[in-house]
Design a protein around this ligand. Sequence first.
Ligand SMILES: Cc1ncc(C[n+]2csc(CCOP(=O)(O)OP(=O)(O)O)c2C)c(N)n1
Ligand SMILES: [Mg+2]
Length: 370
Amino acid sequence: MSDDFVSIIDKDGKAPKGKDPGLSKEALQRLYRLMVATRLLDERGLAMQRQGRIGFYLQSTGQEASHLGAAFALDDGDWLFPAYRQPGILLLRNVGIDKIVSEWLGNSGDTSKGRQMPVHYSFREANFVSISSPIGTQLTQAAGAGMAARIRGDDTVFMTFCGDGGTSSNDFHTGLNFAGVYKAPVVFVCENNGWAISVPQKCQTASETMAIKAQAYGMPGVRVDGNDILAVYSVTKAAVDRARKGDGPTLIETVTYRMASHSSSDDASRYRDAKEYEAWKKKDPIARFQLYLKGKKLWDEKFETEVVETTKAQIADAVKVAEARANPAASTLFDDVYMNLTPQLKAQRQELADLIAKGGVGAEIGHFPL
Ligand SMILES: Cc1ncc(C[n+]2csc(CCOP(=O)(O)OP(=O)(O)O)c2C)c(N)n1
Ligand SMILES: [Mg+2]
């Protein structure tokens, strides 16, 4: 893998003048809080899966700088078409933690009414489009939304994410090709974490980098240190500005590492060398940013304790609230597919309601863990 990428925070935590994006004290501390909250929420999610309280979980540990730095460059009205490893964006966009946990549980507080896999969020109020399980499909969706905005003449920007494995999908080609041809205002962020489940990058693509793939689509490709939040923010901000001006899309490759297994169903120790993990552990994006903040007198032990304790309490409260919510009502099975239910579906809905009222089979259906 090429080591050539944009980086700002050096090993001593310093950012050279001229390269430092000069974010305000408030913005820097907020970003730190968000990184820590994303990590803590992630740990809680996996713990809940191991305790049998949720069916599945997928961690983002180690990739906090990569997705938070990128999304921080957007305006509030801009849209996100994420993959499944960017949960920090929900916190950045002020989605309540109880709503996030409700999605894991698939209960009545879940936007998707329990029809999605855990961590496949959908938050209209945050301009956060439903996460799709099939790899890469969000790239074409973002390209299409960007093309539509350009035709409408508004200046909204669309940011979409994929992994290194995602660059091998059909939709990567289709999405980047359309966006390039139509100069769609899209920022494509490829989080290169070295692995696509158990497939290492070198077995995934013969391309030296992911960023270089941009050339074929007539757009700039930028490779950035994905564990350096200031570097990710800076290159993404330039891409967002470029898109908003009407100069078209950019592909950004954030070089990072998947610190955890692929998901709660996977065990990375069966195919990954522990030495690789240990080497990346030393490059932890939170520790890196902490050192920078410390140098600017924006971080000390007292601040750390406050951030960690406050966040843990917020997560604990949210889990309590979410776990107290009921399952979605059985009748919701019939919602949201047809604007007007077909006569057959109306009859089936009634039949189910009657069964539940009688306390027969329908009662069990009502308890089915949707
Ligand atoms: C079209 C499609 N093919 C295969 C899969 C199975 N699958 C789920 S995640 C994944 C790996 C994706 O790796 P990458 O894009 O690098 O993202 P990462 O998980 O590393 O964030 C695969 C192959 C899928 N969901 N969709
Ligand atoms: Mg990957």
